[in-house]
Ligand binder design. Structure first.
Ligand SMILES: Nc1ncnc2c1ncn2[C@@H]1O[C@H](COP(=O)(O)OP(=O)(O)OP(=O)(O)O)[C@@H](O)[C@H]1O
Length: 252
């Protein structure tokens, strides 16, 4: 297990507020995403999931609060290559003429010199990462020729080649068939067992019990954080999705 300078493995978010003009995207969010577990992040459109990911990656200015990754601030963690992000499918140009092996090699850029000349060590790291995500035979394929699930795994491999121990995945099941989904779930669970910190945003509530050890329901604030089974109870989901449920308690 990886521990940082302050001995905290995983993601620590303390009282984070992010505003865009009049819109408060995150409002005093505090949470811990522990290493060694898969944590599901669930929320409706506009709930602040992407803003939370960008905050964790140090890509936007926080109006309030702080974030630590394995005990380091996001900029330091990124510089050290500790953090890897698998973007939403729409955020990637899949027609770009780059092979799967080259995508994974990008994970090694941070440890290469300016000429980006790959050494034998880099090639071994890429090969190992491709094996780990079961894409060994696909290194020379153009990235756009992979299925949706294989593309996500290629990006996970990029993070593994980089040596990242914190993996953020944004909607990895969107446009992915059930079999590929099961392969991704198995991969993420085995990485968590090895001590990786895995945070996955998903709309797919059906996938959650197999995928995650714990769930965070977000609606600008953390409305629930705990076991997946309890997160899926109607009262919790209603809070996360901003719905009022009828009161059957008999109270006036
Ligand atoms: N750069 C920006 N400028 C202005 N408003 C923004 C910006 N980014 C996000 N927002 C607003 O902040 C709120 C949270 O958005 P965010 O993208 O984090 O939600 P989300 O949970 O990721 O939604 P989705 O599931 O649709 O991707 C929304 O009201 C959104 O319109």
């Amino acid at each position: 297990m990886i521990t940082g300078s302050q001995g905290t493995a995983g993601i620590q978010v303390d009282d984070v507020t992010v505003r865009f003009g009049d819109v408060t995207a995150l409002d005093g969010v505090s949470l811990r995403v522990p290493a060694g577990r898969v944590t599901g992040l669930v929320g409706m459109n506009g709930a602040g999931k992407s803003t939370l990911f960008k905050s964790i990656m140090g890509m936007i200015r926080l109006d309030q609060g702080r974030i630590l990754l394995d005990g380091a601030d996001p900029a330091t963690a990124r510089r050290r290559g500790q953090l890897s992000y698998v973007p939403q499918s729409e955020a990637v140009d899949w027609t770009f003429p780059i092979s799967v092996g080259e995508v994974v090699m990008m994970g090694r850029y941070g440890s290469m010199g300016p000429a980006r000349r790959a050494t034998a060590t880099d090639h071994v790291a890429v090969q190992r990462a491709l094996e780990r995500v079961e894409l060994s035979g696909y290194a020379h394929r153009q990235i756009g020729q992979l299925s949706g699930g294989q593309r996500r795994r290629a990006f996970v491999a990029r993070g593994l080649a980089q040596g990242a121990h914190i993996l953020l995945l944004d909607e990895p099941f969107a446009g992915v068939d059930k079999r590929s989904e099961a392969t991704i779930v198995a991969l993420l669970r085995s990485l968590a067992e090895e001590g990786y910190t895995v945070l996955v945003s998903t709309h797919d509530l059906h996938a959650l019990p197999q995928l995650a050890d714990e769930a965070i329901l977000l609606l600008r604030r953390v409305v629930y954080h705990g076991p997946v089974h309890d997160a899926l109870q109607p009262q919790q989901l209603a809070r996360a999705f901003g719905l009022e449920l009828p009161d059957h308690s008999g109270a006036a």
